[in-house]
Design a binder for this molecule. Sequence first.
Ligand SMILES: [Ca+2]
Ligand SMILES: [Ca+2]
Length: 574
Amino acid sequence: MNHLRIHEEIRRNAMGLKAGLRASRARGMPLGDFARRVQRARALVVADRCEEALRELQDLRRSLIGSRSEGEEQGSLARVRSPRGEAEAAIGRRSSDQAGPAARGRRVSSRMRGPGIRGAASVVTLLTVTVAILAFAQPVSASLTITVTDLGTLGGTASIAFGINNLRQVVGLSNTTTSGIRPHAFLWQNGVMTDLGTLGGQFDRGEAIGINDLGQVVGDSTTTSGAEHAFLWQNGAMTDLGTLGGGFSVAEGINRSGAVVGLSTTSSQTTHAFLWQNGAMTDLGTFGGAFSTASGINNLGQVVGSSFTSSGAIHAFLWQNGAMTDLGTLPGEVQSVALGINDLGQVVGGNNFAFFVGVGHAFLWQNGAMTDLGTLGGTFSTASGINNLGQVVGVSNTSTGLPYAFLWQNGVMTNLGTLSGDFASQALGINNQGQVVGTSATASGVLHAVLWTTAALATTVSIDIKPGGLPNAINLGSKGLTPVAILSTATFDATTANPATVKLAGAPVALKANGQPMASIQDVNGDGIPDLVLQVSTSNLQLTAASTTATLTGQTFGGQNFQGTDSVLIVPPS
Ligand SMILES: [Ca+2]
Ligand SMILES: [Ca+2]
């Protein structure tokens, strides 16, 4: 076997590994043996002992596939090592060995689902670094004020958040008090996590991956016939979206028009990206290989995903108006996967091999060019989501080798950190308010869905309390109004600020008799650029006699957070 061929085989087996793990990602992971074997295989690859690495991986993958049957999943973790588990592993080994290369390709492909790229990747990441944590555990240093919120679970031990919409509704998977290791799809909003149920099945399980601003949710679930199908959930009901003719499908994303994308097996048992709309599922095809998957769709109907080329490499694609365009790879890389797209047609993704071998960088593709987003100081990164402000989220390892959720904006990648006490994290989705969701992992490998918010996401603007005057004297006993100007600059147009969202020291903009906010556009500093002047009721200011500054916060009509601070001089009531 030549070198390239071995690497291709390693890659395929690594993919199969992730897919096998996907089924077990929401349980407390049997980390010991698995992590050691993964680490050993990685070390062998790095040492260029590739044939040994391949054997290690093949064995591991067969074990996983064998341990993945419903019967095992229904049972305890101990069954992985039980005689029956061994028997199942043997079945996996036999069928794999007896299958021809084409069949094996299908087998690997059919298991490399979208979540296999996006979701299970987190598990592989967490597993592959578990050993590392023992040697290199150290706190995350963050120079920004980042809030990490544990979204909890449906009563079970673990959860992962995959997506968030602009209404701060979050979707993902969690096990329940009664589902054991089998996850259910969840919808989280206002602090409450709701079980969306499943399409049925004796060993029912499901996961929610995408959500649009109408609260429509997509994902995949077992069915009463034991298959696994893409679903659309809305108004409390889950609908089976069917398949392209094969046995399973997974929905990955949904846009404002209700168009859904994902992947499905076909009647010829290959796996293809699909677009579902108006009740019909369309095959988006491939670049010539046997596999493709669609990971995201924007509100213009542009679809991104990944496809095998005829030469067996996997490349990111952008599909629009019936045509699939190859987005290529970063210089020096041989593959790419696209995972997210925003309404500006900007695409993000990474190298699907990144999690396993620890190489490959997250990319941002726009206007025909692919940009390397770098890393948090380590060797790899992968981007999962991008919002309409161009903020990108994903995962990258640091110089310690441990992977963390990142936020990338304006050329800078920031470590979002973990839940208190955890050691690894991954960001999977972001909305237009810069709110980020993903998962954070404890040292024992338990994952919890998390929501990150950070003050650094707000653009800093210049404000002028009592425009044109100083000191900005404020009498807290006054029943009048305090004016404040948001000043426009070359990079910030204050007239795009939405007065309904603005607060000065916690006080909202006062309303006119007709219910409209008291706002006017004037050039208060004479620089020729119009500024926005707002009035707030002085009695609503949350200031004290000790206050020396007041901070204004708000959002543009486009959803961008901003904040600015000015000095105040509190004067005694007259
Ligand atoms: Ca002033
Ligand atoms: Ca001005």
